[in-house]
Design a protein around this ligand. Structure first.
Ligand SMILES: Nc1nc2c(ncn2[C@@H]2O[C@H](COP(=O)(O)OP(=O)(O)OP(=O)(O)O)[C@@H](O)[C@H]2O)c(=O)[nH]1
Ligand SMILES: [Mg+2]
Length: 272
């Protein structure tokens, strides 16, 4: 299957060359798309130079910092338009270890979305402080409880989607940016009845460079979860076109769960 690994970057000069090399080796049949938001540190220029020497590397240069959600939506569109079967989300900062990529390819054979999960057996965040564990774990528990999503790690950003399933969503109606974006995508897949599967990952802190996390990202997540519980998700109300829907066959069952360390999912609830 043709796969595209999307790496959004903003000031990842110290990481970009190494991570691209490691990804190309770990996923020898995949292409990579770097989406750079005009990083002041020159990440986009470095990525462009690497792309000039390696046909499997592509770069999308955007004019300024437009956020993670819009970067991934641009990556999804790129993958759909160019006929990729699979599209990955992955960070540039080594929190998402490229050596896990093969396990995603194995799991996606029986899924429409594979999430690299910190909260299934075998996964974890060993070098996080207790407050950080509490915030991340608490956010996940909150989203699961309020929305009823049966996914252990719905804020995780190391993922593989089937583009055929993505095509059934109205991407223009997805406006979330940070953790809320990851929760929204997981929620939409689950509500649509697509198969969501989790594979364990050990999440490590970024090697070098600065985090782009901010308080507003947490507030966005909280507000989005509560609003969606009350009013539903507009992206779900959009009826997919017949042509799009026939491109993907939503799975009604999840019969063949691959192993104890993965968590299958379930059918959509009747909630909005
Ligand atoms: N194109 C683009 N990339 C971004 C933007 N914000 C963050 N990124 C990239 O998205 C990935 C995740 O961002 P991080 O700052 O590592 O956020 P995080 O992983 O949630 O937080 P840390 O755990 O502190 O690293 C990295 O590859 C960033 O360079 C943005 O606005 N535009
Ligand atoms: Mg990071």
């Amino acid at each position: 299957m043709k796969a595209l690994i999307v790496i959004p970057t903003y000031n990842e000069r110290e990481n970009i060359a190494d991570i691209l090399g490691d990804i190309l080796r770990a996923a020898p049949d995949a292409d990579v798309l770097v989406i750079d938001d005009n990083s002041p540190d020159g990440t986009g220029r470095i990525a462009g130079e690497l792309a000039a020497d390696e046909l499997r590397i592509h770069v999308l240069h955007r004019p300024g910092k437009l956020g993670l959600g819009t970067a991934y939506i641009a990556g999804f569109r790129y993958a759909i338009e160019r006929g990729y079967d699979l599209v990955f989300e992955m960070d540039a900062d080594y929190s998402h270890d490229p050596s896990y990529l093969p396990s995603f390819f194995t799991a996606i054979a029986n899924a429409d979305l594979v999430i690299g999960s910190r909260y299934v057996r075998g996964g974890g965040t060993p070098n996080w402080s207790a407050p950080r564990k509490f915030i991340s774990g608490g956010g996940n528990t909150f989203a699961r409880a309020v929305l009823g999503i049966p996914i252990h790690d719905c804020t995780a950003g190391f993922r593989c989607y089937r583009t055929a399933a993505l095509r059934t969503l109205d991407l223009a109606r997805i406006h979330t940016q940070g953790y809320a974006f990851q929760v929204e995508m997981a929620y939409l897949f689950w509500k649509r009845g697509f198969r969501v599967r989790e594979v364990p990952i050990i999440f490590v802190d970024r090697r070098v460079g600065k985090s782009k996390m901010s308080r507003s990202i947490f507030i966005e997540g909280f507000v989005w979860v509560v609003r969606t519980r009350l009013f539903g998700d507009p992206a779900l109300h959009a009826a997919p076109s017949r042509e799009m829907a026939s491109a993907a066959a939503p799975a009604a069952t999840d019969a063949d769960a691959p192993s104890a360390s993965t968590a299958g999912t379930s059918r959509p609830s009747s909630r909005p």
